[in-house]
Design a protein around this ligand. Sequence first.
Ligand SMILES: Cc1cc2nc3c(=O)[nH]c(=O)nc-3n(C[C@H](O)[C@H](O)[C@H](O)COP(=O)(O)OP(=O)(O)OC[C@H]3O[C@@H](n4cnc5c(N)ncnc54)[C@H](O)[C@@H]3O)c2cc1C
Length: 383
Amino acid sequence: MDFRIPLEFEKELARYKEFVSTRLLSKLGDWYAEKRIPRDFFRQLGANGWLGLEADGPEIRETNPLKAALLLEHLGTISPGVGVAVLVPVSLGAQGIVLFGNQEQKQLYLPPACRGETLICLGNTESGAGSDVAAIAATATKVDGGWLLKGIKSFVTNGDISDLALITAVSDPEAERNSRISMFLVDLTSQGITRTKLHKEVWIPSDLTRIKLDNVFVPEANLVGKRGRGLQQVLEIFTNSRVTISALTLGTAEGAFRTGVEHAKKREVFGSKIVDLQAKSFEIADFYSKLEAARLVLWKACWEKEQGADFRMGASIAKYLSVEVARAVGLWAADLFGAASVIFEHPVHKYPLDAWASSLGEGTQDVQKLIIFREFMKQGKGK
Ligand SMILES: Cc1cc2nc3c(=O)[nH]c(=O)nc-3n(C[C@H](O)[C@H](O)[C@H](O)COP(=O)(O)OP(=O)(O)OC[C@H]3O[C@@H](n4cnc5c(N)ncnc54)[C@H](O)[C@@H]3O)c2cc1C
């Protein structure tokens, strides 16, 4: 077993860090105030192959999972809100085309997605259906040449800035629960679409948007995958994106940890530095160990994905542990800053809130436990 990061990934990460420090840091304050990320930022990332897709001759392929995780972890340390906006277009959006798209769809949508020119989001959650993905009520009615989509997708990350959305809708209401839903690629400029940006306090400056579809015509060519397989498809997209969101969440935890430790080294209380109080030094040791553990579990999930092995359980364990540590270390770091931590602009303020957001995206902690337990029994590990 070799735990070293491959040299080429180390080099790429160094280039990425340089990009983030020169091209992102100085702009973050404005983006947080405006709660908006300029589209050009995605094109810059795309031009460097940093969005999660890479051109391999005429083919577009997914970035190596470990490399993608290293980049997202770093972005998460600086801004989980920018990180999630960078994650969504490929991990949730283009992923649907990578996994289930036909040749025409791949040729049409993957190159611009890879370049960061086209952004794709994913709308599944509705007011009555979140963890219970199959409970969606949006409908797709068959009409001449395509489908009419009707319904409301309540919480869509990047819904405001995206061009296209993968939308799940009930196409076959009489069918069984696991074959009622289909997946569609919807042009968000279509007639009948209304987008409402929601006011939220997590993952700033990304947008969270409600998308209303009022009899939106979607051509037959935009059915993604098989009719009636939308539930299985969206669940598989979530399995994949649990790997990347774990990396982002680990970055959230790492960012909070480093911010807290730096402060503990400087701040004096009762005549000594916080870091010199043994109670606090033990907390640092505790969190450092938990971060290491979460990182190794994530790397294992990346390895499983790269090998083409089943990574369902690994992805859920990585998500579960990274969220646990990010929540705990986020609050710990905020506590270290005392009153200053409640100020919106303070660098530590975002971490506990963004860890909370991470606990919801791609399934709650309870949902991860459901999956882990199911896989535990299925794989015969409960014997
Ligand atoms: C910032 C943010 C961004 C998001 N982005 C997107 C997006 O881009 N696209 C999208 O489609 N959705 C998105 N979501 C929605 C997200 O996926 C859901 O919020 C999440 O799946 C939980 O669903 P819910 O909110 O309906 O909660 P519910 O499903 O109603 O859950 C409520 C509670 O019940 C618990 N629970 C549920 N089922 C079980 C069970 N079987 N056993 C035990 N406990 C259970 C949950 O853990 C939770 O504590 C986003 C949400 C947030 C907050």
